[in-house]
Design a protein around this ligand. Structure first.
Ligand SMILES: [Fe+2]
Length: 414
């Protein structure tokens, strides 16, 4: 017992009950092998830095003086209430998120006429941006579409959006070359079918649509490499499994072309890469959208999406066997640190290696609730630091390829 403890009595409090970013209306003490020491002065902010320094020291409990008990109880009650509200908001958001579809706002230029309502996602809410009554159409006015927000439509209006996409074929959109417009529209179509696959299930017909769109991406890129640079940039402010799937598909096929794979192999790889996360359709949305780190049990469930993906795709007769590799191996690492099989080096083929890089890059650059994304540069930097995990040659090609992309990705969070 040190001098402090001789003078005062203290109450232990679990570290997890302190909220980051909030002023603490009492002093906080931490115990080490010499006794208790003051860690934070009254009315100071409890920061993420405080939390990580305590965690690094293995601290799980902090101490508050007994005379501050009343203030402590008030603080904890308020935090519990906030946590409850936050949990309810998150639950609502996850529920409603499924009922909307994120669109590429670059396809909504000023003056375009639309017959579906559009919404903006802000602070876990979907706010109408332009309400269009059934059977009517409205023109997009100048400055209507905000730059750094996700623009969505109701999932039930997707059929109207598909009709709108068809009407764009062959027209001149500002900032679009025809080939780029075609590729962007094809990517929107791929997002639509992928959402349908995740929300409902994959059928032979939907698989054929994915195959057809994949072929179109490849043709577009082979005819005009700038199409690839346009397709590889994706702006979004939250995670959507269907967008991630299509993006990993496009990133993988871009890398496969750059790395010199044959056209047939590019197609077989891209098909698997597009559907690499299809097993996530079996996961509870709370796990997919959880803003904080998954606990051990949740992570076990999460990892199972790889095996579930295999099971689902085995039900599609015409799904090529070799296209299963991106599905099965996209989380494996050359060092054997990946999952679920912990395969090493030569046991991971080129399809698995390519999809692994694309998947990791897309995950790092995707913003999530309460989490800023890495910029493309920082994401590449981090992946390159883990060279032992990834194929060096492919990584080099990937960095070269991404260096050519003009990014639309947000660098600031919501
Ligand atoms: Fe995955």
């Amino acid at each position: 017992m040190n001098k402090l403890e001789e003078r005062e009595e203290f109450i232990p409090v679990d570290l997890s009950r302190l909220s980051v970013g909030i002023k603490i209306p009492f002093r906080i003490f931490v115990r080490d092998n010499t006794g208790l020491h003051q860690f934070i002065e009254k009315d100071n902010l409890f920061t993420a830095m405080h939390l990580s320094s305590l965690k690094e020291r293995g601290v799980t409990k902090v101490y508050v003086a007994l005379r501050d008990r009343g203030t402590l109880e008030g603080y904890l009650q308020e935090r519990d209430y906030d946590a409850l509200i936050q949990e309810k908001r998150l639950k609502d958001y996850v529920y409603w998120k499924e009922k909307y579809f994120k669109i590429d706002e670059a396809l909504l230029p000023t003056g375009a006429s639309i017959d579906f309502s559009i919404f903006v996602s802000d602070s876990m809410r979907f706010i109408p941006l332009l309400k269009v009554e059934e059977g009517k159409s409205v023109k997009i006015s100048e400055g209507l579409i905000p730059k750094n927000k996700d623009i969505l439509i109701k999932a039930s209006d997707i059929y109207l959006y598909e009709r709108y996409l068809k009407s764009l074929e062959g027209i001149d959109l500002p900032s679009y070359q025809t080939t780029n417009l075609e590729a962007t529209v094809a990517k929107e179509r791929a997002n639509i079918v992928m959402k349908d696959i995740f929300d409902n299930q994959i059928t032979y017909e939907k698989f054929e649509v994915v195959r057809d769109l994949t072929r179109r991406f490849i043709e577009g890129i082979l005819n005009n490499k700038y199409v690839a640079y346009n397709l590889l940039s994706l702006k979004r402010l939250d995670y959507y499994t269907y967008l991630h799937s299509v993006n990993v598909g496009v990133l993988s096929l871009g890398l496969a072309i750059t790395a010199g794979l044959s056209n047939k192999d590019v197609e077989l790889l891209a098909l698997g890469a597009m559907l690499h996360d299809i097993g996530k359709s079996t996961l509870p949305p709370e796990i997919i959208n959880k803003p904080s780190r998954l606990n051990e049990r949740e992570f076990m469930i999460y990892k199972n999406h790889v095996i579930e993906g295999k099971r689902i795709l085995e039900g599609i007769d015409r799904f090529p066997k070799v296209s299963m590799e991106p599905v099965l191996l996209h989380h494996e690492k050359l060092t054997g640190r990946g999952y679920p099989f912990r395969l090493k080096e030569d046991r991971i083929g080129v399809f698995g290696r390519i999809t692994g890089i694309a998947d990791c890059y897309d995950a790092l650059t995707t913003p999530r609730l309460n989490k800023y994304p890495l910029t493309p540069y920082n994401a590449l930097f981090i992946i390159c630091k883990e060279t032992a995990d990834y194929d060096r040659g492919l990584l080099k090609e990937f960095v070269k390829m991404m260096g050519m992309v003009k990014f639309k990705c947000p660098t600031k969070g919501k």
